[in-house]
Design a protein around this ligand. Structure first.
Ligand code: AMP
Ligand code: ZN
Length: 465
């Protein structure tokens, strides 16, 4: 049974789709004014793990994610460069999907660029105006929060106000102060992109986008809506207000929010300048799989402090997986099954499932995997592991790959390269003939080609670095 922490109630609740079969999920996507940083990708990786876990339950899933391709920053930068907003955002949208693929993030089923959904947004504003939830001020349209009962329910507004007043400076307090928010913005100057609407020419506000695109594709009530914790207020509280004011139905059953990626105790963000893009890290030679592992090492509900040391730690964890898979694959094993190892594998599998069911506890899920690696490595050294055990362990790693997508591809671990095999054989022959100068020379050649060799009881093994 899958339990998720629902921000709406502040508790863990058992999740099943409302109709028992089909999960309708919406995740807030990127604003494509620049490259996404790995803080953003921590959120997308957590949502990807959730997505994969939901699919593993056999439920049908419709996962919608928006692309915010119009906002103040996009307009400002495209005006500065003298290009239209689409020309400005297209490369960043492309980069976002390339980076997502590099991080093995599955593509949502429906991608909704905001500028493709203007008619739906216009319709929503018309309904809000007609029902008296929205009003005009100047040439813009605003949502009147005092008209909506329980405004701020998701962020528990009164408590939050008290907390925020006590700890952040007045400027930021004012900025976050609950207030009527804009639904439709009149253009400030000639250069701003605009659309015609019965209530005046303009462009949509950010909050409006997600309500319109979510309900258009998923219906009035979604099963799950995700984002990072900074989306809770005002963005998600505003989405609730706009949507429920129109439909009179609960907008979302489960609100699921990921915590921040921090750098030295502060939120990683563009505005603070303390960020890395995925491209930065790959350019420095980091392995995307290690980055993915690092981003999910800590369960999504806890903050994760990003350091290079942490990333190196994830790389060594990944190397441990690689070494183990290599060793397991290349071992010569007897037929049959060792019952102790068989039950260890089954229990690792159960622990892995239970951990993910427990509010996506990725740390514990990974823990179960590493414990099995430890036990199986001992069994290999003691010649206890059998063919059937190997098959079951590989099956389990296939499951881990489907769910967490952090398992190094076996092809990269073991290479049946004849030329290398021949060199290794020549080196072994040289050693048998006690021609150590020759064997060292061949070893060096192998190292230069990025091949590591290991002499074991069972013979010489090699793998690529
Ligand atoms: P943006 O492109 O700025 O709209 O952000 C995209 C997503 O990344 C949003 O859901 C943000 O809340 C989330 N996000 C931004 N910074 C961080 C961070 N440091 N850690 C985790 N998620 C973040
Ligand atoms: Zn959103």
């Amino acid at each position: 049974m899958l339990k998720l922490t629902n921000t709406l109630t502040g508790t863990q609740e058992a999740f099943t789709p409302s109709d028992g079969e089909h999960v309708r999920m919406y995740t807030c996507g990127p604003t494509v004014y620049d490259y996404a940083h790995i803080g953003n990708f921590r959120t997308y990786v957590f949502e990807d793990v959730l997505r994969r876990h939901l699919l593993s339950k056999g439920w049908k899933l419709t996962h919608v994610m928006n692309i915010t391709d119009i906002d103040d920053k996009i307009i400002r930068r495209s005006v500065e460069l003298g290009v239209d907003i689409h020309t400005y955002t297209a490369p960043f949208t492309k980069a976002f999907f390339e980076d997502s693929t590099t991080l093995k993030i599955q593509r949502p089923d429906i991608i909704t660029p905001a500028t493709d959904y203007i008619p739906e947004m216009v319709e929503l504003v018309e309904k809000l105006l007609a029902a008296g939830y929205a009003y005009r001020e100047g040439d813009s349209i605003y949502f009147r929060i005092s008209r909506f009962p329980n405004y701020g329910r998701l962020s528990r507004l009164d408590k939050r106000e008290l907390k925020i007043g006590a700890r952040i400076d007045a400027d930021e307090y004012e900025k976050e102060e609950p207030r009527d928010f804009v639904l439709w913005k009149a253009p400030k100057d000639d250069q701003e992109p605009r659309w015609d609407a019965p209530f005046g020419t303009g462009r949509p506000g950010w909050h409006l986008e997600c309500s319109a695109m979510a309900m258009k594709n998923l219906g009035a009530t979604l099963d799950i809506h995700c984002g990072a914790v900074d989306n809770i207020f005002p963005h998600h509280d505003n989405e609730i207000a706009q949507s429920e004011a129109v439909t009179g139905k609960p907008f979302v059953r489960f609100w699921v929010h990921g915590e921040f990626l921090l750098v030295e105790g502060e939120k990683m963000s563009k505005s603070k300048g303390n960020f890395y893009t995925l491209r930065d890290l790959i350019e420095r030679g980091h392995d995307p799989l290690a980055i993915r592992l690092e981003l999910m090492r800590v369960p999504y509900r806890k903050q994760l402090n990003f350091t290079m040391e942490g990333l190196r730690g994830s790389q060594s964890s990944l190397d441990r997986v690689k070494d183990f898979l290599f060793r397991l694959k290349s071992a010569t094993l007897e037929a049959g099954s060792d019952p102790g190892i068989a039950s260890g594998t089954a229990s690792a599998r159960n622990q892995f499932e239970a951990a993910l069911d427990d509010d996506l506890n990725t740390a514990q899920g990974l823990g179960a995997m590493f414990e099995l690696i430890r036990e199986a490595n001992i069994a290999l050294s003691e010649n206890r592991l059998r063919e059937d055990n190997r098959r079951e362990i590989f099956d389990f790693f296939q499951t881990i790959e489907q769910r967490l997508a952090i398992v190094p591809p076996l092809e990269s671990v073991v290479q049946g390269d004849q030329e290398i095999d021949a060199l290794v054989a020549r080196r072994n022959e040289a050693r048998r003939n006690r021609d150590f100068a020759m064997s060292d020379q061949i070893r060096k050649e192998l190292v230069d080609r990025g091949i590591l060799i290991e002499d074991t009881k069972e013979g010489t093994r090699w793998r690529r670095k």
